[in-house]
Design a protein around this ligand. Structure first.
Ligand SMILES: C[S@@+](CC[C@H](N)C(=O)[O-])C[C@H]1O[C@@H](n2cnc3c(N)ncnc32)[C@H](O)[C@@H]1O
Length: 498
């Protein structure tokens, strides 16, 4: 093919030569240049999603997508820039850098400004770098001026949200006893790590902070699940018995569903209800991976499940872990670095009130399941409005169905906020002390408070199964008593049997 006929090579960010392409960049310089551009792209997606309160993905998932080449450097740049973002924006505003031409590349300028002000100074490899480096002194004096104005000595004093995230947090894994026993899992994991058994949840193991198990064979084959301590307390608090019918009302991605299946030793039935179609796929994948054959996935709105339907009327335990603000796990997802986090922090935003209204409705619906004896309500939120307030608002209805609050993991030291009767039964985990903020409430219905119909139905079921057994025994006795006659006179077989 003649040279001029060859299709032009598609230019990617990495193949394009920065700085007009006259001088090739050295290795480190080149990777820093591209990491800044990749970080700017991720930062833009994250901030746009946050502004619309519709994240395309978490920071981690965006950085770890295949299109990002330099993942470590990009991740560090995005996180550090986000931590310093309000300060960086103030400095850029004070130095009038963000004119109409550069406004369109605001995220890139923020990344470079971070490097100049707090990181390693950028090399003058691109136009944006050249612009900010030419104003380096102005940027630095604007920062000094800002600190003086806010009456702080160090920039860290302006970033209280970063103190929590710097604390090391142990890695917890839950052994999936449907596939592997706890001792074998410990034996395997201790080949590489220091492993301790958790004293709260059976089968939960504690490993050193920042242990990376994402590619560990036991994780990949579903023998262990990377699940936090507080999250693992939820299914354990429900204590369903093997053989029960159980409902996981809002179940994707299914971590608690498969924990329930393990507690029930794979016996009985779990109905895993999920509204969101995409998340149903993740739920199904989790169930498959765990080998939880007694789980039936239902793509449905929990609020529309009819408690009188045959499958629902048998349900004896309900786990309700509805959508919530996620403020208790925001640190893991790095949400605390986002601008919207500060807005929600007051605990009274519109969004929180809408979530609380849904949570209340869902909990009220759970009480209407006729055979339900135990209901666990949980959130990964630190806000009272989603936790104690929801529980308090449903107490009269709960009582009218014969439910009352019961202690959740009584040995745990942190309990509910004292804003309702029975708050000592509620469980809270603390964002700082425990590294995550969860809330768990357990409602138990006394046997004598079950609706009349249920007691009758149960008696009826018991009666039916007894009658079936009796019939079976009659047949066996008949066969045994008449075996010789049957062999000699084939026409005699079953003649007399009704
Ligand atoms: C906090 S997550 C559940 C996490 C899950 N329990 C686990 O541990 O893996 C809440 C889930 O409820 C689902 N959801 C929200 N509203 C629902 C509804 N009305 N009916 C069923 N599922 C719902 C959401 O799509 C989301 O997947």
């Amino acid at each position: 093919m003649a040279r001029k006929d060859r299709p032009a090579k598609k230019q990617t960010a990495a193949s394009r030569k920065p700085n007009g392409g006259d001088k090739p960049l050295r290795g480190a310089e080149r990777s820093a240049y591209f990491a800044r551009r990749e970080a700017a792209k991720v930062l833009r997606t994250v901030l746009e999603g946050d502004a619309r309160r519709r994240a395309v993905g978490s920071i981690k998932s965006l950085v770890y997508s295949p299109s990002i080449r330099n993942k470590r450097a990009t991740f560090a740049l995005v996180c550090e820039t986000l931590k310093h973002l309000p300060v960086i924006k103030d400095v850029l505003r004070a130095t009038s850098v963000l004119n109409s031409k550069w406004k369109r590349q605001e995220e890139l300028l923020c990344i470079i400004a971070y490097d100049i002000l707090f990181g390693k100074e950028s090399s003058a490899t691109g136009d944006a770098e050249k612009l900010l480096l030419s104003r380096k002194d102005k940027l630095r004096s604007a920062l000094v001026h800002l600190l003086e104005k806010k009456r702080v000595k160090h920039i860290k004093e302006l970033m209280p949200q970063c103190k929590i995230s710097d604390m090391p947090k142990p890695r917890y894994v839950r052994v999936n006893t449907l596939k592997m026993d706890v001792e074998s899992a410990i034996l395997e994991l201790t080949k590489q790590y220091a492993v301790d058994k958790d004293d709260m949840v059976p089968g939960l193991l504690k490993l050193p902070p920042s242990t990376d198990l994402h590619k560990h064979p036991l994780v990949l084959n579903g023998s262990i699940f990377m699940q936090g301590r507080a999250s693992s307390m939820v299914a354990a608090a429900l204590e369903p018995k093997p053989g029960w019918w159980v409902l996981d009302a809002c179940s994707a991605p299914g971590n608690k569903t498969v924990h329930l299946a393990a507690i029930m030793k794979g016996k009985g039935k779990i109905i895993a209800c999920e509204l969101d179609k995409q998340r149903v796929k993740r739920l199904e994948a989790t169930v498959r991976l765990a080998g939880a054959t007694n789980v039936k996935v239902k793509h449905e709105d929990f609020l529309k499940l009819n408690p009188e339907e045959p499958c629902c009327s048998k349900i004896r335990a309900i786990l309700l872990d509805p959508s919530c603000s996620g403020s208790g796990t925001a640190i893991d997802r790095l949400d605390h670095l986002l601008p919207s986090y500060a807005a929600d922090d007051t605990g009274n935003s519109d969004r929180l009130m809408k979530l609380a209204a849904f949570q209340k409705k869902a909990l009220e619906h759970a009480f209407s399941f006729p055979a339900a004896e135990r209901i666990v309500y949980s959130t990964c939120s630190i806000h009272q409005i989603e936790n104690e307030d929801v529980v308090k608002s449903v107490l009269p209805l709960a009582a009218s169905h014969g439910f009352q609050l019961a202690p959740v993991h009584p040995q745990w030291p942190r309990r509910g906020l004292p804003v309702l009767d029975g708050s000592q039964h509620l469980l809270r985990t603390d964002l700082v002390e425990d590294g995550e903020g969860f809330f768990i409430a357990l409602f138990v219905r006394k046997a004598d408070k079950r609706p009349e119909g249920y007691a009758e139905r149960e008696t009826c079921e018991r009666y039916r199964s007894k009658r079936f057994l009796r019939k079976k025994m009659d047949f066996v006795n008949y066969f045994f008593n008449n075996r010789f006659r049957m062999l000699l006179y084939p026409q005699f077989r079953f003649k007399k049997q009704r």
